[in-house]
Design a protein around this ligand. Structure first.
Ligand code: ADP
Ligand code: MG
Length: 327
């Protein structure tokens, strides 16, 4: 299938990417872009953590909605957030990119790729994670497809897992909730991006340093990142830990623009949800990010929301799919 014209396009694109990537390596990356493989050299006593995430046009973003910088930023943010959830330090990122032929050939297409790379590489720089390789291909479907692989490391046996929670642990979240869903909902209504502060949907900030601190200071027992929404992700953590949970409605750090429902069910905030033993003295903020206690894990195998009057009701997992119907 490959003819020499598309191979030329690919090579040019790889050159374009390579030119944009600063050669700055971190101490664990011995060899980056340019050879058949990258070479990683993790610290002694550490283990590797690997995560991969698709960003597919029409499913995770729309080319006529999302600025290209946002698409690149979000593609990397999702993987960084997975590493953050386990308390890992990011070592290297890999990008597999499939682009429609007309994008490689036309100036507007090249500009889109420039924007995409800017968004991705700015976030990579902010977290000191080098783009260490990838693959490039023409997309026969006419759609942009990007797959990101992230490799991180953590002290052996110390990474945070969903399964580490116990009854009576306290539940915490970082930052605020619902902002991403609110921003997306506002876009769907007005067909233009609202002037949201920090643009939580377009440019979410993965909590990499918080996750690493939870491990380093032995503060966390279990964690998950909030990609599908609090109600869904809390169920995941509870299922893996074999526990239930009580969430105190009035404690939730709802984003100023968001409704309570968006904070509870809206996805893509990329905050961390974590559990800690009740004896742990939790700081009010970690790495500059506010930390809020929102409830506790219970022996009863169900997730409940407790209102101001102390009334309990079941909290069903209603995240993501429910809210993203507009995408
Ligand atoms: P191969 O034929 O071995 O797959 P390629 O020509 O695809 O080699 O890639 C050459 C180099 O460029 C490799 O080091 C590869 O990791 C890197 N590379 C290719 N595509 C990308 C991309 N989209 N992002 C980052 N690096 C890439
Ligand atoms: Mg290749």
């Amino acid at each position: 299938m490959l003819n020499s014209v598309t191979r030329m396009g690919e090579l040019e694109l790889i050159q374009q990417i390579r030119a944009r990537v600063r050669t700055r390596r971190n101490s664990s990356l011995a060899l980056g872009i340019g050879d058949d493989c990258a070479v990683l050299r993790p610290l002694r006593g550490h283990e590797l953590l690997v995560t991969t995430d698709f960003s597919l046009e029409g499913k995770h973003f729309r080319r006529n909605w999302h600025p290209p910088r946002s698409v690149g930023h979000r593609a990397l943010a999702r993987g960084l957030s997975d590493l953050a959830a386990m308390g890992a330090r990011p070592l290297a990122a890999f990008l597999s990119l499939a682009l429609p032929r007309e994008m490689a050939a036309k100036r507007a297409g090249r500009r889109w790729v420039e924007g995409f790379l800017s968004g991705l590489l700015n976030l990579a720089d902010a977290h000191q994670v080098p783009l260490a390789g990838g693959d490039t291909s023409e997309s026969p479907s006419g759609l942009v497809l990007a797959d990101i692989v992230l490799v991180g490391s953590a002290p052996s046996g110390r990474s945070l897992r969903r399964s580490g929670g116990r009854p009576e642990d306290l539940i915490y979240v970082t930052g605020s909730l619902g902002g991403a869903a609110a921003e997306l909902a506002a876009l769907a209504q007005s067909a233009r991006w609202p002037r949201a502060q920090g643009h939580p949907h377009l440019y979410p900030q993965p909590r990499v340093r918080v996750g690493m601190e939870l491990v380093r200071r032995r503060l966390g027992a279990a964690a998950i990142d909030l990609s599908d929404g609090l109600s869904t992700d809390l169920h995941h953590l509870c299922a893996e830990s074999g526990v239930g949970a009580e969430v105190c409605e009035s404690s939730l750090p709802v984003s100023p623009e968001a409704t309570l429902a968006q904070a509870i069910h809206g996805g893509e905030d990329y905050e961390l949800l974590f559990a800690a033993r009740p004896t742990v003295r939790m700081p009010r903020s970690i790495a500059g990010v506010p930390i809020t206690a929102i409830g506790r894990l219970t022996r009863k195998r169900q997730v409940e929301l407790v209102d101001e009057n102390g009334k309990h009701r079941l909290l069903p997992p209603q995240g993501w799919e429910h809210f993203r119907s507009s995408l």
